[in-house]
Design a protein around this ligand. Structure first.
Ligand code: FAD
Length: 405
C-alpha cells in the first residue's frame, strides 16, 4: 500500500512504532550491537536475537521492498523511509541479512522463474537459509569469464566438477549460487550458466582458509561429480553471464555499505575516541594539529561518501536496479573504511597494537582485526583496479587502451 498522504504516512508510522514497542526484546534495546554481532558467519545466535529474527522475519520488513507474496515487506519507498526512521529512533537493528539478502535475492527476483522464487525467496526473507557465492576459481578472479568448473548435461540433471575459491561462508552455507561452464566457446562469456547447488549434495567438499586475522572467513570449495537437477538452472543455458554481471552490481552496492547488515562506515566514535586519548586544548580542539587535520579531512570524506551512498540507495529503490555508481561507491567505501581503521589504531597508540591478552580491551583487540580485515576491501567483490577500469569505460566513457569491448 503506497503512502499517498501525510495522514497515511503517520498511520503507518504509528503502526511500526507500536509493533516495535511490542516485539523488540528489551535485552536488544539495551544492547543493539548483539544483533549485528550475531550476523557474523559462525557466530552463536543468542535466544533474544533468534526471537527478534523470527518476529521481524515474519513481517517481511527485513527485505522491505521485496514482494509480499514471496515473504517480503511489499513496502513503498516512503514506507521504507518511515520504517528506517522508526528503527533508527530506538536503535533497532535489522536481523535479516547475508548474501541471500544482499546479492542473490535481488538477482533471483529479476531472473528466476516462479518455482525458483517460491522455493528460495521466502527462506531468505526469514533468514532461515544461508547462501554462498561460487564465482572465483584459482584461474578466474578479475578475469572471471575464464572460469572452468564444468556442468555436464546428463538429461534431467547436470554433473558438476571443478573448484571454487575464496567462497565466503561456504562452511556455514546451505546453498551456493555458482557460475559454471556449460559450453566451450571461443567467446568465453557465451558458455557460462548460473546454477544453484545444494551444499549438502554428495561430492561437495569445503576447506576453510585461515586468514592473517586468525579467522576463516572464506574457503576452497571442491565439487566432484555433483548431481544438480536441471530445475536449478537460473535463466537460459549459456546465458549466465548477464545474470552474473547484475549480481556483481548488487554485490558492489552492498560492499559500499548500502545493504550491509553491519552498516556504512561511521566515524562518530572515532572523533570521541581521539578527544579522550589525545586530549583537547582550551578551545576544545584536539591538541595534535596534524592528527586534527587528517581526522577532519577523513570526517569530511566520510560524510561526502555517506551522502553519495544514500543517493545511490535512493536511486536503486526508485529504479529497483542497482545504481550505475556501484563501482565508485565500492572503491570509495572501502577507502573510507580503511582510513578509519588506520586512524583508529593511530589514536589508540600502544593499545592499538594488541593481539590478545588481558592488557587490552575487547574493543581494542577488535580494532586490530578490523584494520587487518579491511585490507580485503580492495579485493573482495572485484579489485580496486578492475572497478577503476569499469568506471573509466562504462561511466566516464573513456576509450579502452587495450581496444576490447
Ligand atoms: C574477503 C574476500 C571475500 C571474497 N569472497 C568471495 C566469494 O564469496 N565468492 C567468490 O566467488 N569470490 C570471492 N572473493 C574473491 C574475489 O572476487 C577475487 O579475489 C577478486 O575478484 C580478484 O580476483 P583474484 O583474487 O583472482 O585476483 P587477480 O584477478 O589475479 O588480480 C590480481 C591483481 O591484478 C590486478 N588486475 C587483474 N586484472 C586487471 C586488469 N584488467 N586491469 C588492472 N589490474 C588488474 C588486480 O587488481 C589485482 O591487484 C573474495 C575475496 C575476498 C578478498
Amino acid at each position: 500500500m503506497p503512502v499517498s498522504s501525510v495522514e497515511e504516512s503517520e498511520r503507518f508510522r504509528n503502526r511500526v512504532r507500536a509493533w516495535l514497542e511490542a516485539n523488540l526484546p528489551p535485552t536488544l534495546r539495551a544492547h543493539p550491537r548483539r544483533v549485528s554481532e550475531a550476523m557474523v558467519d559462525g557466530a552463536e545466535i543468542p535466544d533474544d536475537v533468534k526471537t527478534w529474527r523470527a518476529r521481524f522475519g515474519a513481517t517481511g520488513w527485513g527485505v522491505p521492498a521485496w514482494p509480499k507474496r514471496f515473504g517480503g515487506g511489499g513496502l513503498s519507498p516512503d514506507e521504507i523511509g518511515v520504517l528506517n526512521e522508526e528503527m533508527a529512533r530506538i536503535d533497532a537493528r535489522n536481523p535479516i541479512g547475508g548474501l541471500g539478502v544482499m546479492m542473490f535475492g535481488p538477482t533471483l527476483l529479476e531472473f528466476g522463474n516462479e518455482e525458483q522464487l517460491q522455493q528460495h525467496i521466502p527462506p531468505i526473507a526469514r533468514n532461515e537459509i544461508r547462501w554462498c557465492q561460487g564465482f572465483s576459481e584459482p584461474g578466474a578472479g578479475s578475469d572471471l569469464a575464464s572460469l572452468r568448473m564444468a556442468a555436464e548435461d546428463c538429461g534431467d540433471h547436470f554433473l558438476v566438477t571443478g573448484q571454487k575459491i575464496w567462497t565466503t561462508g561456504a562452511q556455514f552455507a546451505d546453498w551456493c549460487f555458482c557460475l559454471v561452464r556449460t559450453k566451450n566457446s571461443p567467446k568465453k562469456h557465451d558458455g557460462i550458466s548460473f546454477l544453484l547447488v545444494d551444499m549438502r549434495s554428495p561430492g561437495v567438499e569445503v576447506r576453510p582458509i585461515r586468514l592473517i586475522s586468525g579467522e576463516s572467513q572464506f574457503c576452497e570449495t571442491f565439487f566432484t561429480e555433483v548431481m544438480v537437477p536441471k530445475a536449478n538452472l537460473v535463466g537460459p543455458l549459456n546465458g549466465g553471464w548477464a545474470i552474473a554481471k547484475r549480481l556483481l552490481q548488487h554485490e558492489r552496492q552492498a560492499a559500499s555499505g548500502g545493504a550491509s547488515p553491519l552498516g556504512a562506515p561511521s566515524t562518530l566514535r572515532l572523533s570521541d575516541l581521539a578527544r579522550e586519548t589525545v586530549g583537547v586544548d582550551s578551545d576544545g580542539r584536539l591538541t595534535d594539529p596534524d592528527l586534527r587535520r587528517r581526522l577532519t579531512e577523513h570526517l569530511m570524506d566520510a560524510r561526502a561518501f555517506e551522502l553519495t551512498r544514500a543517493r545511490g540507495e535512493a536511486e536503486r529503490r526508485s529504479n529497483s536496479d542497482p545504481s550505475t555508481i556501484s563501482s565508485i561507491l565500492k572503491n570509495a567505501g572501502s577507502r573510507v573504511s580503511q582510513l578509519r581503521a588506520e586512524l583508529t589504531l593511530e589514536v589508540l597508540g600502544h593499545q592499538g597494537l594488541g593481539w590478545s591478552g588481558e592488557a587490552f580491551a575487547a574493543s581494542e583487540l577488535a580494532s586490530v582485526r578490523t584494520w587487518l580485515l579491511g585490507k580485503s576491501g580492495s579485493i573482495a567483490g572485484g579489485s580496486h583496479e578492475v572497478q577503476n577500469n569499469i568506471i573509466a569505460k562504462r561511466i566516464l566513457g573513456l576509450p579502452d587502451p587495450a581496444g576490447s569491448s
